[in-house]
Design a protein around this ligand. Structure first.
Ligand code: PMP
Ligand code: GLU
Length: 401
């Protein structure tokens, strides 16, 4: 028994399963095992050269000091301009704050929004970190299940049922991690009157908005009405669109009292994000756009190969993702079967362990996303890894009986 005593606040908090799977695959690879990783939601591309150059220039020019807590004036202006260009939304630079990745933006947001017991509606399947972030702010995550049959979108009826007098916010993640499902304009319009009537804040996590495929068009819910604009906080970042996961750049824009509160919180916690990363972010937002499109097209090709490959495995059903870079197949047909060793695969977590041990592929269990019976595979990896990895998965699954 250790003499170390930890805060009880941490007790319900789980380690991030996406990061854990990624770390495990990296460790096995370092030990010489040939593991194909479908864990991390991280582009495999390098950050575009003009962005790296901007960071180098900033370093040489001595941009190495503290900046304004919320970000340099030029970066906050660039974010506001980008949000106007993308959505037609007008934010003043004072309504923008830059944080250490969109993950930090979301964490900060829940910290300033929630009193103990305040509820946040989180549609499932959800990105692993939302419920834990809400709990870290003493809030209560209210999980609202969705199904593939409804396109993994919340319906107005189910939303109404989830609302209580304690509901403060709703997490909208379109396109979604892990399903790749997106809300088109009509489905947002159907939810809008409910948010407006109950004055529920929509936390719009737009981190994958630029990675959309086929005929899906991204819509920002704040554009639907002036009231919705007052009820929306836009969370966005550069990790996914510009292959900048390691730089840690995220931002949010919304009602000034919220941004001011995050500014205060950040001023007593992290202060500004790295100064040279801010210079790089300005270059990403104001520089050429082709790099984003080149990566998007490549993801799109990989998406087809991965989804077709998964659908060709007997018993596996896979929703066609409209965005992001994940496939989220239903593998429940294999849960309960037995490995050649005789060991039963009791759930999706055990199935992922089996796939790692027997198939040498790293995939993330659906239960981490509130969706037991599913697994998540990221297609932000090479085409070769995708074709070899899916073949391994098919082979390993075929050995279950
Ligand atoms: N939101 C979603 C849905 C994500 O998948 C991620 C994972 N990267 C983030 C936010 C946070 O991204 P980052 O902190 O790298 O900006
Ligand atoms: N968001 C990515 C994922 O879901 C990166 C890891 C994380 O922050 O969760 O895989």
């Amino acid at each position: 028994m250790s003499i170390v005593r930890l805060a009880s606040r941490l007790a319900p908090i789980k380690p991030s399963i996406t990061l854990a799977v990624t770390a495990k695959a990296a460790k096995l690879r370092a030990e010489g095992m040939d593991v194909i990783g479908f864990g991390a939601g991280e582009p495999d591309f390098d950050t575009p050269a003009h962005i790296k150059e901007a960071a180098k220039r900033a370093l040489d020019l001595g941009d190495t000091k503290y900046t304004h807590v919320a970000g340099t004036p030029s970066l906050r202006k660039a974010v506001a301009k980008e949000l106007e260009r993308a959505h037609g939304l007008r934010f003043s630079p004072e309504q923008v704050i830059v944080s250490v990745g969109a993950k930090h933006s979301l964490y900060n947001l829940f910290q300033v929004l929630l009193d103990p017991g305040d509820e946040v509606i989180i549609p499932a399947p959800y990105w692993v970190s939302y419920p834990d972030m809400v709990m870290l702010a003493d809030g209560k995550p209210v999980i609202l299940p969705t199904t593939a049959a409804s396109g993994f979108r919340v319906t107005p009826e189910s939303l109404r049922m989830a609302i209580t007098p304690r509901t403060r916010a709703f997490v909208l993640n379109s396109p979604s991690n892990p399903t790749g499902a997106g809300y088109d304009r009509a489905s947002l319009e159907a939810l809008r009157p409910i948010f407006e009537e109950h004055e529920i804040l929509v936390v719009s996590d737009d981190i994958y908005r630029r990675l959309v495929y086929g005929d899906f068009v991204f819509h920002q819910i704040a554009t639907l009405s002036p009231k919705m604009a007052e009820l929306t906080v836009v969370v966005d970042g550069l990790s996914k669109s510009h292959a900048m996961t390691g730089w840690r750049i995220g931002f949010m824009a919304g009602p000034k009292p919220i941004i001011d509160a995050v500014n205060t919180l950040q001023g007593q916690s992290t202060s500004n994000i790295t100064s040279i990363a801010q210079a790089a972010a300005v270059a990403a937002l104001e520089g050429p756009e082709e790099c984003v499109e080149v990566m998007r097209r490549e993801f799109d090709k990989r998406r087809s190969v991965m989804v077709d490959g998964l659908r060709s495995i007997p018993g596996v059903r896979c929703f066609d993702p409209q965005g992001a870079f994940y496939a989220f197949p239903d593998v429940s047909a294999y849960v309960g079967k037995h490995a050649p060793t005789g060991k039963q695969v009791q759930d999706d977590v055990a199935l992922c362990d089996y796939l790692l041990d027997e198939g040498k592929i790293a995939v993330v269990p659906g239960s981490g996303f509130g969706a037991p019976g599913f697994v998540r595979l990221s297609y932000a990896t090479s085409m070769e890894n995708i074709t070899r990895g899916i073949a391994r998965m098919a082979d390993a699954l075929s050995r279950l009986s």
